[in-house]
Design a protein around this ligand. Sequence first.
Ligand code: LLP
Length: 443
Amino acid sequence: MQLFGTARVNARGHLEIGGCDSVDLVREFGTPLYVLDEDLIRSNCRQYRQGFAAHYPSARVAYAAKAFITTAMAALAAEEGMDLDVVSGGEIFTALRGGFPAERMLFHGNNKAPEEIALALDSGVGRFVVDNLHELDLLEDAAARRRLRARILLRVTPGIEAHTHDYIRTGQVDSKFGLVLENGQAMAAVRRALSLRHVELVGLHCHIGSQVFDLEPFADSAGVMIRFLDQVRRETGVTLTELDLGGGLGVHYVSQDDPPTIASLTRLVSEAVRRAAEEAGYPLPTLLVEPGRSIVGEAGTTLYTVGAIKDIPGIRTYLAVDGGMGDNPRPALYGAVYQAFVANRMRQDPTSTVAVAGKCCESGDMLIHEIGLTDPHPGDILAILSTGAYNYSMASNYNRLPRPAAVFVSGGRADLVVRRETYEDLVALDVLPRRLSAREGVA
Ligand code: LLP
């Protein structure tokens, strides 16, 4: 049994996380419930920062908010000395509400809206990662109107193919993100950015993909990017000082997964950048990375209540839980796999093989296709592990299921960080035109 962070089996034979018994958590907060191991999140942040402190002291680590962001998460990331990768006005707003300093935010996105650019400029967001020439023009105009100079990095597609799911692979030439390096678009954009008065080009960015287990593509992209920085210097005379290599380090979902450690990533990336810079005679840039999943992924566990168990003899046993693709769309979207336990009977060995189904009205709403569980019964608590990244952040209200609550647990304390949605929340944004209201409609 592979548990992460502070998770363990306690004396009652229950799953305990952050010193909190999962059965007690369910009693207090209900299910489905996202439980986040605060100590593990902090320790992952520290491993990134310490890894770079040892190998590349000027490096900065920007937590990728898209993986999981709430006001509490923003506050925690700020406390841990992280920068923040944000991709929308909504993420900027959330982070500001959590007290995250705007200066330490990097604003990403391949189609930033004028209102989002305005919000970012007006709140003092530190860096824009510009994806395309249209955005460059929008930003120049918006900054000029405010008599500001916006600091930018240009996003480049380095032509590196990371081995991961097609939907989360981004470094290849055929991508909706970034400016292509090999056909000259990236260099043309550099020249254009350097010609503008209200943007200050400080560096370059790339991101090869997500849930990446092989470190080699990270080293390759470091080499490609340093050589491009050198080309920029030779062709324009400008020495850019920042290099952002994006996020992407994979995590464990099932026990066969074997992702590299944060320490090995920070060491390898630092060495690759140093080596490439030395070879090119390029001054060491300030290095940035943007991990999301490897900060929060393994720190999240979703607790569900087991409901209907349907056995189709000779075919399959379906065990249904009180959540599903609404709180975790990843199996349906990417074929993602997960491990699970009966949290209130952790000591017993698996006795049945089941498929874990969600409660949404579609057959694709399966959370786990096949898993051995301990004689599960209705009313048991099912814990699905490694749900900290891209679960809450991609949750929906499909079938009008309220989205779950989320708690941070640490040292035996559980603090609510997202309250459970209510039916009232579900209709709060609905508008019923007078002509459609039953009372008005009666002739
Ligand atoms: N930086 C950029 C520019 C990104 O696009 C991403 C992720 C990250 C950083 C953070 O990557 P991470 O360290 O988390 O791998 N919804 C998908 C993942 C989409 C990732 C999008 N970009 C999933 O559930 O697997």
